[in-house]
Write a protein that binds this ligand. Structure first.
Ligand code: KG4
Ligand code: ZN
Length: 331
């Protein structure tokens, strides 16, 4: 089976060729136009997707050494995401599929993040606990046989990536903020400022990150001089607080469900502190932790193709409505 996969839900234009579980090519173009605004501008994103999607797809065929005539199907992200950007990817996929007389496989973006971990033979077993942490979502799911998902908990306000981005903005760092906080935190003291761990003892699997944001803002406002000379320490303290909550809650979900396989996914799974904390959990407490290679943590088309291929093999081609009950687009 040879698939072309397209991802355009936010500010990455990406195309990939997947063949029998292998990534033949995966090209990701990040849109830097949003940096000056400190966040993604949907209309600019849609226009950038439109400008790049054909060239990126052509480059993908060249890199994979195949032509469009070898394709079996085209997989595309249908949502959740920004409507304009999604429309570009979906319409591109539909028209190319129509011209080649092959099917389109609609893929849920949140679901696909998990499958960045299904690259080689070392797959998680079922059931597994999934932690999906991105700029738009933070949730813990239980995944059972047949792509059956149960959402165990989710954020009640900001996503973890959004908290990274907004706190980075308060610190005068660029967008996206997560990678910048990660970089500066490497030389910082995580105990510099004691920050709250929101909902860490709440007894459920939900999250809340808006209070953490407020706590950082209050600290910065009342310690302007000190904070300006200790940005690395503030970054390390923020990163530690977010990591602490994510790891503690995921572990609690695994214990409650008696599951040892834990899959981490989404942009925030690229965070070095989060990765080391989960690796520690694996070494000390015997959990099998699956972390995607950093390049597949953030948005990319390879994960879309990997999931579509698995679903085709299992004849489960329906979009997953459990993870986003109101599909953004009906294909
Ligand atoms: O999955 P993703 O690429 O897009 C969405 O589906 O939202 O995630 C993007 C998010 C952004 O909030 C970004 O700041 C965060 O992932 N991120 C990170 C790191 N790399 C990306 N957060 C913390 N540390 C990182 N190294
Ligand atoms: Zn994403």
């Amino acid at each position: 089976m040879t698939l072309l996969a397209i991802e355009s839900s936010c500010d990455e234009t990406s195309a990939a060729i997947i063949q029998d579980g292998r990534i033949l090519s995966n090209i990701i173009s990040s849109q830097w136009v949003h940096q000056q605004f400190g966040g993604v501008v949907p209309e600019l994103s849609a226009r950038a997707h439109l400008r790049w999607i054909t060239g990126i797809t052509e480059a993908c065929f060249t890199e994979a050494g195949i032509t469009k005539h070898s394709l079996t199907a085209i997989a595309v992200t249908y949502g959740p995401g920004l409507m304009g950007p999604l429309l570009v990817g979906v319409n591109f996929a539909k028209s190319l599929a129509y011209s080649l007389d092959i099917p389109v496989i609609p893929v849920n973006h949140i679901e696909s993040h998990l499958y960045a971990n299904f690259l080689d033979g070392n797959h998680p077993g079922l059931p597994f606990i999934g932690l999906i942490v991105s700029g738009g979502h933070t949730l813990i799911v239980r995944v059972d046989e047949g792509f059956v998902y149960r959402v165990l908990g989710q954020t009640r306000d900001d996503a973890a990536g959004e908290a990274f981005d907004k706190i980075a903005k308060m610190l005068g760092l660029g967008y996206p903020g997560g990678p910048q906080v990660d970089k500066l935190a490497k030389t910082g003291n995580p105990h510099f400022v004691e920050l709250p761990r929101p909902m860490i003892h709440s007894g459920d699997f939900d999250f809340s990150f808006s209070g953490l944001k407020t706590a950082v803002k209050i600290f910065l406002n009342s310690n302007k001089e000190l904070a300006s000379t200790h940005i690395n320490d503030v970054c390390a303290s923020v990163q530690d607080a977010i990591t602490d909550v994510l790891v503690t809650k995921t572990k609690k979900a695994a214990i409650a469900h008696g599951i040892k396989d834990i899959v981490i996914a989404g942009g925030v799974s690229a965070n070095s502190r989060l990765r080391s904390a989960f690796n520690e959990l694996s070494e000390k407490q015997g959990y099998r932790i699956f972390l995607p290679p950093p390049v597949l943590s953030t948005d990319n088309a390879a994960m879309v193709g990997l999931l579509a291929e698995l679903k085709s093999a299992n004849q489960t081609l329906q979009p997953n409505l459990e993870l986003s009950p109101v599909p953004n687009l009906v294909i």
